[in-house]
Design a protein around this ligand. Structure first.
Ligand code: HEC
Length: 130
């Protein structure tokens, strides 16, 4: 897959999967975070694209501006699989939210964070950028 297609895939995946949950839960904080994350991933993709297609910048430029680990590009299928976990947990949350059961919503919300967000971060997100 080209880097351009990858950006589209990530963007589609994030907006497509989290959108319905936001509509159900009205969680502005999550929305903000996801926006932040989209920018966090899309921006390094842009730098990576310039590096790959135009030969500008260096691999180090790509690495230093992001907490996104090179593992994402080395293991794209795994990264997509992690995104799918988020999608599945988010879909479950939407279902649970429709029942109006507060305790169940809270429990599933925690699962989204733990498995969906955390599962990917643990593997593909590096140390804080200084
Ligand atoms: C498929 C992988 C994946 C999933 C799923 C994922 N993230 Fe991330 N997230 C990343 C990566 C990679 C970064 C580092 C991006 C960067 O710094 O350039 C990141 C960065 C972030 C940041 C930016 C702050 C920081 O740590 O630098 C926030 C906030 C964030 N994620 C929140 C979330 C939330 C909330 C969810 C679940 C709704 C989530 N993420 C799900 C991969 C993921």
């Amino acid at each position: 897959m080209t880097v351009g297609a990858a950006i589209l895939a990530v963007t589609a995946m994030v907006s497509g999967t989290v959108g319905p949950v936001l509509a159900a839960g009205g969680e502005d904080t999550i929305k903000m975070r996801v926006q932040h994350m989209k920018a966090g991933i899309a921006k390094p993709f842009g730098v990576a694209k310039a590096f790959v297609t135009k030969g500008t910048g260096t691999a180090a430029d790509v690495a230093k501006m992001t907490r996104a680990l090179p593992k994402i590009w080395e293991d794209w299928a795994g990264f997509e699989a992690s995104a799918k976990v988020l999608a599945d947990e988010a879909a479950k949350l939407a279902t649970v939210a429709a029942t109006g059961d507060a305790a169940a919503i809270k429990a599933q919300f925690a699962m989204v964070g733990k498995n969906g967000c955390g599962g990917c971060h643990k593997v593909y997100r590096g140390d804080k950028v200084k």
